[in-house]
Design a protein around this ligand. Structure first.
Ligand SMILES: O=c1[nH]c(=O)c2[nH]c(=O)[nH]c2[nH]1
Length: 297
């Protein structure tokens, strides 16, 4: 008897749906967002795979159209978390076949410009940091799982960084230093101990805390003995000062700026000329949580 072949896992959805939304207000400042949204639905679609029976499929084209329809229905500006919850809930509320929805959202960083120090009514420029959210709702669990975060926050400091005391063996070439450049492009994800009163307010607080802890005070800075320790202090400060966050994961590649030393042509490195590199880079990440809480991150 040949083995029976079964579908072990399946899901379907639409990836990278791009939508932009303007809220014009009446004579007020315009609000603008641009999102890229991916949606995955869980449902029993096994007959579609095994027998060509599409009767329980929500067409991915309809999934895409839902994004535009719900964006139209948002009459006030909303955070990506709130929009993601609306979308995920819509699929569960509308289709009895759907047992779960996972919505990932990325928000491009269009910031209002200022002209002569005055915020512009309808002008925006694009920054690099992207806000992210992942919303997961399943029919049997009554809870909504929200993970917020950002990608592409590039930070650099020109001093107050070193790396010493690491393992040395026959493959070690790296000198121990107390003076180097420190640069990273930070990705952050955090979970909530409870629903925050305002997702955007928490986002601003977390970003500001990470930022300030990385750099330290404006004049004196703060010494970093490693990316690992700086990452730890950044995440620890978020958990200390933003009580609604229950755990935070930071991914901080160590972007190397190599000293340029060419003594034979008269260029002696004096912490001034560097060769910037993007690869290879150090890969450093950790998740911190309060000890009393268990976290899925
Ligand atoms: O801050 C650092 N952490 C490391 O783990 C590491 N490894 C390395 O080569 N340089 C550095 N720097």
């Amino acid at each position: 008897m040949p083995d029976e072949i079964v579908v072990k896992e399946q899901c379907h959805g639409k990836a990278r749906v791009r939508v932009a939304r303007v809220w014009r207000g009446d004579g007020k400042d315009h609000e603008f967002v641009e999102w890229t949204i991916s949606i995955i639905l869980s449902s029993d679609c096994i007959p579609a795979y095994s027998a060509g029976d599409n009767s329980s499929i929500v067409a991915t084209d309809s999934i895409k159209n839902t994004v535009y329809a719900l964006a139209k229905l948002c009459h006030q500006p909303v955070s990506i978390e709130t929009f993601g919850i609306k979308l995920a809930s819509h699929f569960l509320d509308t289709y009895k076949e759907v047992t779960g929805a996972c919505v990932s959202l990325v928000q491009n960083n269009w910031e209002r410009v200022s002209i002569d120090g005055i915020p512009h009514q309808h002008g925006f420029k694009l920054g690099s940091q992207k806000r992210t959210a992942e919303i997961t709702i399943s029919r049997d669990k009554s809870s909504v799982d929200v993970v917020s975060g950002f990608t592409d926050l590039s930070l650099l400091k020109t001093t107050k960084s070193g790396f010493e005391g690491f393992i040395r063996d026959k493959f070690t070439l790296l000198p121990e230093v107390r003076e180097r450049l420190l640069a990273s492009t930070v990705t952050a994800k955090w979970r909530y101990a409870r629903k925050p009163s305002c997702y955007t307010g928490t986002y601003d607080k977390v970003t500001r805390t990470l930022f300030e802890t990385f750099f330290g005070p404006s004049k004196s800075g703060v010494y970093s003995p490693s990316v690992q320790n700086t990452l730890y202090l950044m995440a620890q400060e978020v958990l200390r000062s933003v009580p609604e966050v229950s755990s935070i994961e930071l991914n901080m590649p160590n972007l190397h700026f190599l000293p340029v030393n060419m003594p034979t042509v008269g260029v002696k490195f004096d912490h001034d000329v560097y060769l910037p590199t993007s690869e290879p880079h150090g890969s450093i990440q950790a998740c911190l949580a309060r000890k009393t809480l268990t976290s899925k991150l």
